[in-house]
Ligand binder design. Structure first.
Ligand code: ZN
Length: 129
């Protein structure tokens, strides 16, 4: 690989990271507690996002925990697709940008460690509705 090609890959990675960074400088997939709190009192004029976050957990989560998320998070749902230890957290939130919406949803997991004390986000998606 040439020096120029390496630089361009690096630039792309940097651009990609910036594209997914919330206003508090955190990558959306890492989650942001500040974004989570902001989403709770978001301006109704802000765009509404349909968000999906896939993550893996080192341990299986009890069905009760999955059900509790809907009650606790209200706007969110936690489901287990067919793959073991892979979970899908979905929800709707108002935020200025997609990364902010995702950071807020992952922030919900950060804030509620009893749901998943350890998790690794593998895929994130936000679509403006
Ligand atoms: Zn944030």
């Amino acid at each position: 690989m040439t020096e120029a090609a390496k630089a361009s890959v690096r630039d792309q990675l940097a651009a990609e990271a910036a594209r997914w960074t919330c206003p508090h400088g955190r990558h959306a997939g890492q989650g942001c507690v500040a974004c989570y709190h902001a989403s709770g009192e978001a301006d109704p004029a802000l765009p509404l996002w349909q968000i999906a976050v896939w993550f893996t957990s080192p341990r299986p989560m009890p069905i009760k925990t999955l059900k509790d998320v809907r009650r606790h998070g209200r706007r969110f749902a936690l489901d287990q697709p067919s793959t073991p230890l892979v979970y899908l957290l979905t929800g709707q939130a108002r935020a200025a940008t997609g990364p902010e919406a995702i950071a807020g949803l992952v922030g919900f997991l950060l804030e509620n460690r009893h749901i998943a004390d350890a998790f690794t986000v593998t895929e994130i998606r936000a679509v403006q509705t």
